[in-house]
Design a protein around this ligand. Structure first.
Ligand code: SF4
Length: 403
């Protein structure tokens, strides 16, 4: 079977992401308010109000992919920020403090909106940045979800959405329209459905698409969600992948193993990782990280549905529920093993991973490892150690080890 050539959609992806960054600069220049948003927050409200949503975490991935996080971090550390802070935060803080901007600049906010469903690094990073830029700051607070029907948590979030709308109207002078919100959520639904269909193609055997592809192509579902451009992009990407299947072209043509990767990829070493797994004839098929954007809103109850969706972000659940989410994906994609990523940058996703590993091995009956490194900062990446740890997993898989 032929190896799949690089996807042509990458050219369009670069164009779209370029438009996003240029769009932020244009918005700033023309007086259209730039709203800093966390990746998992109800951007649909901001889009519906005609504001420009801007994602500093995405800037963090850009700096990391260019292998520059440690350089940006030097400025942040010199200003007193701790090197154990999330690498995205150090990149963002460092960018404001440094004079050179080889990754382009982080566009200053007019308004800052932070949702703490993901972690507690973002609220502090955004709060400091709001202070530096004299921008009004709104924190969407999200209680931990321990049960599916935790109504009071969703009600609490819903009330804050109403407050957020009043805050944005007051801060920007723009009016909110429920009809416009429903249109935006409809576009978000269409892009999210296509994204889900694309991710689910990795369940085919062999698969035309891997987790590493998903990491590269997830930019538009984050930055352009709620707009036609994201729908169009994923329509084209899906069509290209269908053509790959028709031609029999796959990233790992002779798939021997399928694996689950937990959470974020190691951005500066994505190519190295993808080649490493391909050499072992292993397809990394799925991850909760990329599936988190496969959302579906109920357009008949827009604000309630936004509250339910964003309060229930996968990382904002109890330990047991998160284990079960991982297990469900592992079963659906019929993986042979798993990698849990203890990410020095991301404390909430790294907590309790050795216990999770034990539980997942018991319940799924497959081997798994914990990889300890960083998603962004190469000072904490040791290629030999990472390769040795991954080789351990392949030895277990070669030996047919079931737990
Ligand atoms: S990587 Fe983790 S710590 Fe950093 S912003 Fe994302 S969720 Fe927060």
């Amino acid at each position: 079977m032929p190896e799949r050539p690089p996807l042509k959609s990458v050219t369009l992806l670069k164009e779209i992401m370029g438009r996003y960054y240029a769009g932020a600069e244009e918005a700033k220049a023309s007086g259209r308010p730039v709203v800093w948003m966390t990746a998992v927050s109800p951007v649909e409200i901001v889009v519906a109000m005609g504001l420009f949503p801007y994602y500093p975490e995405n800037f963090g991935t850009l700096v990391a992919s260019k292998k520059l996080t440690h350089e940006y971090s030097h400025e942040a550390e010199a200003a007193g920020f701790f090197p154990d802070l999330c690498g995205y935060a150090r990149a963002g803080l460092g960018d404001w403090l440094r004079e050179e901007h080889p990754a382009g600049r982080l566009v200053p906010p007019d308004v800052v909106v932070c949702c703490n469903a993901q972690c507690h690094s973002l609220p502090k990073w955004f709060e400091v940045s709001a202070r530096w830029h004299s921008a009004p700051y709104f924190l969407l607070d999200t209680p931990l979800i321990t049960e599916e029907t935790q109504k009071e948590a969703v009600d609490y979030f819903h009330e804050q959405l109403l407050e957020l709308i009043r805050f944005l109207e007051a801060a920007t002078g723009r009016r909110f329209s429920l009809n416009r919100l429903v249109e935006t959520m409809d576009l978000a639904n269409r892009a999210c459905r296509l994204w889900k269909e694309i991710l689910e193609m990795a369940a085919l055997r062999p698969a035309p698409f891997s987790f590493f592809d998903a990491c590269i192509h997830m930019g538009p579902i984050v930055t352009w969600r709620g707009r036609e451009l994201a729908v169009e992009y994923y329509r084209r990407l899906k069509a290209e992948l269908e053509e790959c299947v028709a031609r029999g072209e796959y990233p790992v043509p002779e798939e021997k193993y399928r694996l689950y990767w937990d959470h974020i990829v190691i951005w500066p070493r994505i190519r190295w990782l993808s080649e490493f797994f391909a050499r072992h004839q292993a397809l990394v098929a799925c991850s909760q990280y990329t599936h988190a954007w496969a959302r579906e809103f109920d357009l008949t109850r827009p604000l309630e549905s936004l509250a339910e969706t964003y309060a229930r972000e996968f990382v904002n659940h109890s330990f047991e529920r998160r284990v079960e989410f991982k297990l469900a994906l592992m079963r659906r994609f019929r993986v042979d093993g798993f990698i849990l990523f203890s990410n020095r940058s991301c404390k909430p996703c790294s907590l309790g991973l050795y216990d999770k590993r034990r539980l997942l091995m018991e319940r799924a009956g497959i081997p798994g490892i914990v990889l300890e490194t960083d998603m962004a900062d190469l000072r904490y990446f040791n290629e030999t150690q990472v390769a040795e740890r991954l080789e351990m997993l392949f030895e277990q898989l070669e030996g047919g080890q079931r737990t």
